[in-house]
Each structure stands twice: as C-alpha cells, then as structure tokens.
Ligand binder design. Sequence first.
Ligand code: DOR
Ligand code: ZN
Length: 348
Amino acid sequence: MTDRLILRRPDDWHVHLRDGDMLRAVASYTARQFARAIVMPNLAPPVTTAEAARAYRNRIIAAVDPALDFTPLMTCYLSDDIDPAEVERGFSGGVFTAAKLYPANATTNSAHGVTDIRNIDQVLSTMQRIGMPLLVHGEVTDPEIDIFDREAVFIERIMLPLVHRFPDLKIVFEHITTSDAAQFVADSGPNIAATITPHHLEFSRNAIFQGGIRPHYYCLPIAKRETHRLALRTAATSGSPKFFLGTDSAPHMQGAKENACGCAGLFNAPVALESYARTFEEEGALDQLEGFASVHGPTFYGLPVNEARIVLQRGEMDVPAAIDPDGACVVPFHAGETLHWRYAGLCA
Ligand code: DOR
Ligand code: ZN
C-alpha cells in the first residue's frame, strides 16, 4: 500500500477567495496547497475591468505569506455590456487569464451576469481570436426548469449552440455535476474541458437531506443523484486531459450558511488535496491524481506545469469544526471528521 505520494505541485483552476476580512482569513488555505489558482470575479461589485483585477490581485498577494510562492490568476466577469476591447487589453496585458460567464442570477453575486448569450457575441468572437478561455457556470436560470435539471438543459439550450457558433473558442465547463456534462465534454473537441470539485466527487444530493436539512452541503450547481456522482468519479480518474482540478471553494460565514435562506458554497480549501486523494484512492486510481491535479489544467490553459513537488502522506488529519481567524467563522468541508490523507508540504 502506498503511504506517501509525491506529485508535481498542483493548481486550483476555480476558487472563490472573496475580499476584505474573508480574503485574509481564507487565502492561505489555497496558497498552501496550490501554486496557482484561477480566482473567480464574483465580488460585489464584480471584477469587470483590468484595473479592478490588478487591484484585486494585489490584495490577494498582500493576504498571503510570500514564502508560500502563490500566483493568483485573474478572471473577468462578463456582463451584457462588457467592452470587448477592455477584455482583450486585460488578456494581452497579462492581467486576465480567462473570462467567466455567469448566467444572470444563477448563483452568488451573479445579478450582473449575462441575460442572453447573444448579448456577448462580440466578446466571445474576440476571445476565440485571441485564444482566451471562457469559463462557464453551466446552469439555465429559467424558473420553470427543475433545479436538478439546470445543467443538463444548459447543455442543450446554451452550450451546444455556443460551441457550434464559436467552434475554436476554448471553453471550461466549470464544476460539472452530471453524467450529461461529463459525456458532452468527453465527446467534444480538445478546446472543451471541465473542472470537477472534490465535493461533487464525494457526495450525492442525499447528503443535503441526511436526517434533516444540511446547509453545509448546499452549493451550486447542486449535487445530483448518485449515478451522476459515479460518472464524475469515472471522468476525473480516467486520465483524460479534458478533466482537471477546480475546487470551487466558496466560503460563507457560518451564519450565512445556517440560515433560513442559506448561501450556496462549500469551503473546501483546507482539505482539498486530502479529499481528492481519498476519491482517487477509493477508485484505485492514485496514479491518475497527478495528471488531474497538476498537468491537465496547465496544459489546457497553455501554461507551464509547476516544477516543485509536494508530498501527500497517509495519516490522520483532524478537520476542525470551524475556522475562525479574525472572526470570520467558516465551517469547512469535512468539519469535525478525520481524513486519512494529509498534505505534508513541499518536497524537500
Ligand atoms: O455554490 C456556489 N458558490 N456556486 C457558485 O457558483 C458560486 C459560489 C459562491 O460564490 O458562493
Ligand atoms: Zn465557483
């Protein structure tokens, strides 16, 4: 039995680092495990200009110990009236790595998102020309559509026509939750990839209702039925370069989660690699973890892989019930549980 894994240092291709006190409380959890992270732009107000992204990047860097050697990769929040020239300037100037499509009102801070994909044709055409990746929150917002069907319907209504109209656009279907999305990505060309979160690999929708309503398992896209979780596990561990690590760590204050109208999102940054390692081991695929965590993402984005190596050690890791630096009380994924892989830092 393997007790120690040495992997190329991984990156997180989808994370919410927030701002202000919350940023200062959570950023180091990501920076300690990952060399780089694609930082979501759904702040209030959203990050829609290169100048705002540059300033946000500086705040992230200031929140993290420089010894962790962490690089935030910034994204542009697409809105109906986004200026394609600004997006292009931000990308060619090295500020924006990608742009994020939130359908308006699909999730946290998405009120300024896109109301009709046709409204952003110009920017999509610019992005296709310059090779800038489009990161997609793939859920329809039509209230007639059942919440558990929103991703599958998004593929039919939005994704397929989008790929048809912009065949060379690089697209990351973010945090996929269904066998439909995994199949769609597997069947598409090499310019279409997907991120998969640790939590969608670990639990199905049953966890949200296990013996009562459990707000810490609520995120968007919502976890689906077990058959979908199994399809995600097959995709993540398949070795296909189309699937890579994106935690979607999305911290909210404990009171905002344990609430009559609780916020969507799990704070998994403190246990991210431990959680993925558990899934890959259960699937008998620890040998595929490095590709998923450290190689497929940079290859898709056209960035170099990291040269440093990290150690994952078999051994008990007790997850605290809550994390409370500077009063930002946040309940992490696996709170109060013991995990059996432990991130043990950079390889000496
Ligand atoms: O669960 C989620 N939380 N899904 C998202 O798409 C956004 C995120 C957040 O920002 O809280
Ligand atoms: Zn997200």
